[in-house]
Design a protein around this ligand. Structure first.
Ligand code: NAP
Length: 283
């Protein structure tokens, strides 16, 4: 990757910009932040029904004047809407709010509705079947998942025909989910990093600080570059034009092999406390 204009290729041949803009809580002050992100060069917007900002996103897109086909729009079906009917309805609602007639990528946000639902595998299979239908109908250019571990993915492999194109998981120095990342690589599933900056929790970690000084970059740039060098697509969120730009300016340095190993094997740090199979841990 040489610039934000470069792309990864998904397992169905669709090209996806190599850095996306994370929009969770980004539209707190309306569409302005998203508009700023588009102005600063992002073309890939990561949203979800759960973020409750799809209308602001469509407003920002309209105001930007950027053509729909130049954008990569991603949304996700929320836990409460899983199942055949719910997923269809949630998809239509996302399209209505985003004022578009297709999505570039649609994801299942979490593998199970909640920890109490005993038949989650059945519900997950039904949900994925709708994703397959939407893909075949040409309403989404690619279908994927989020927060899946290998045992969740295997439910899909057992019952479905379409292999997910993407798995969006928490990924940053101190929480790199090696087992899941390696599994996805073997299956040809592109891993995306949510909270690639560990929502700031890892930006002052001694190793991150040491290496950012060594490479003359900011801690955030080091984290984003680390994801890219792992072949993982980062989705940083930022509020100011300066940070939006800074987070794209990651193509002028390379992290050495030794330092990549040091980051990958640093002690656990900055985990959000979220895991699909356990109650959220609050720190
Ligand atoms: N699939 C999922 O379950 C899931 C879960 C969580 C997130 N996500 C996606 O991933 C995206 C990113 O994750 P995230 O928002 O949790 O965390 P993040 O991108 O790791 O971190 C965002 C935080 O870092 C700050 N920041 C941004 N650029 C910075 C820089 N250059 N220097 C210092 N601080 C900087 C931001 O502050 P300011 O905003 O004040 O600039 C914000 O507080 C989300 O927006 C969402 O799209 C997906």
């Amino acid at each position: 990757m040489k610039s934000i204009g470069d792309c990864f290729e998904l397992n169905n041949g669709v090209r996806i910009p190599c850095i996306g803009f994370g929009t969770y809580k980004a539209a707190g002050n309306g569409a302005g932040v998203i508009e700023e992100a588009l102005r600063s060069g992002y073309r890939y917007l990561d949203t979800a029904a759960f973020y409750d900002n799809e209308e602001e996103i469509s407003e920002a897109v309209r105001a930007s004047g950027i053509k729909r086909e130049e954008l990569f729009l991603v949304s996700k079906v929320w836990k409460d809407d899983m199942g055949a009917k719910g997923t269809r309805a949630a998809f239509e609602e996302s399209l209505r709010k985003l004022k578009t007639d297709y999505l570039d990528l649609y994801l299942i946000h979490w593998p199970r509705p909640d920890l109490e639902t005993g038949d989650w595998k059945e519900i997950l299979t039904e949900t994925w079947k709708v994703m397959e239908e939407l893909y075949r109908e040409g309403r989404i250019r690619a279908a994927g998942v989020s927060n899946f571990m290998p045992h969740h993915l295997e439910v899909l492999f057992d019952a479905a025909e379409l292999c997910p194109a993407v798995n969006q998981i928490e990924f940053h120095p101190g929480y790199t989910q090696e087992f899941t990342v390696n599994y996805c690589k073997e299956k040809g599933i592109l891993v995306q990093a949510w909270s690639p900056l560990g929502r700031r929790r890892v930006l002052e970690h001694p190793l991150v600080l040491e290496l950012s000084e060594k490479y003359h970059v900011s801690p955030a740039q080091l984290c984003i570059r680390y994801a890219l060098e792992r072949g993982v697509l980062p989705l940083p969120k930022a509020s100011s034009p300066e940070r939006m730009k800074e987070n794209q300016d990651v193509f002028g340095f390379e992290i050495s092999r030794e330092d990549m190993y040091r980051i990958s094997s640093m002690p656990p740090a900055g985990w959000s406390g979220e895991h699909p199979d356990f109650e959220r841990v609050r720190f």
